[in-house]
Write a protein that binds this ligand. Structure first.
Ligand code: SF4
Ligand code: SF4
Length: 244
């Protein structure tokens, strides 16, 4: 059994144990599918409703940093941002205004980062999450160069803050990008950004299984005009926007 097969089997066992103790949660769908042997039917994705998202709010960004033990060192070029907000200016029609847009890893279905990685440290899992195996990564940063969304940040320095003792501090010398709070997902909990946005009553971020036609995310996509960023590149992003 090679390392990847071992990790896959370990993951399946873990899903089994989560199902036993945590089924009435976000992972309910995943657990049911897993029990039925249909784990590959999962495709996690996200919808961000820019009509709901508050322009100057950064609750989700702060919650993400706290959950994932991200320290800001005050060096704009080298700080890690798993989720960030940028102001996008619409060029046409002229003077049609600006929008602040949350950006994160799009968990592309056709991820150039994974294709570029020479040691398969970056890969797309069966459930669609694009992830970095920090132990396998050699720090070459080809994935960062290949990502057209600037979604990866190299962890130049060890994080000094350890705000969340339930989650390890990342080793420095590897690229970081959003992993859909994989550690929380495994426990059947909501992603930090999703939970924080709900906590303040806005609910601009929806996460769920794109392959389940009855999931909230699938209904949102079916009933709204949604766009992903630079779909023309063929990367097939799985983060969609309402109101972009
Ligand atoms: S957004 Fe960038 S880092 Fe994320 S999957 Fe796509 S190419 Fe890879
Ligand atoms: S930095 Fe790590 S994950 Fe990125 S391409 Fe190099 S080995 Fe792969």
């Amino acid at each position: 059994m090679n390392r990847r097969e071992f990790l896959k089997k370990g993951g399946a066992l873990l899903v089994g144990s989560v199902c036993a103790y945590n089924s009435p949660s976000l992972l309910a769908t995943a657990c049911e599918l897993s029990k039925k042997g249909k784990k590959s039917n999962l495709k996690w994705g996200m919808v961000i409703d820019l009509n709901r998202c508050l322009q100057d709010c950064d609750e989700c960004i702060k919650a993400c940093r706290k959950e994932n033990n991200i320290t800001l060192h005050g060096d704009k070029k080298r700080d890690v941002h798993l989720i960030r907000k940028v102001r996008l200016k619409r060029e046409y029609p002229v003077n049609s205004g600006e929008k602040s847009v949350l950006l994160l890893c799009n968990h592309c279905d056709n991820p150039p980062c994974a294709q570029a990685c020479p040691v398969q440290a970056t890969y797309k899992r069966d459930d669609g999450i694009v992830i970095v195996d920090h132990h396998r990564c050699i720090g070459c940063r080809y994935c960062m160069i290949s990502c057209p969304y600037n979604a990866r940040y190299f962890n130049y320095r060890e994080n000094s803050k350890w705000s969340n003792k339930n989650h390890p501090k990342s080793a420095h010398g590897v690229p970081e990008s959003c992993d859909f709070c994989n550690h929380l997902l495994r426990q059947g909990k909501k992603l930090a950004c999703v939970a924080s946005c709900e906590r303040i009553g806005i609910k601009a971020i929806t996460f769920g299984n794109l392959n389940d036609p009855d999931s909230e995310i699938s209904r949102l996509i079916a009933n709204n005009t949604v766009k992903a960023i630079r779909e023309d590149l063929g990367t097939k992003p799985k983060v969609y926007y309402i109101g972009l």
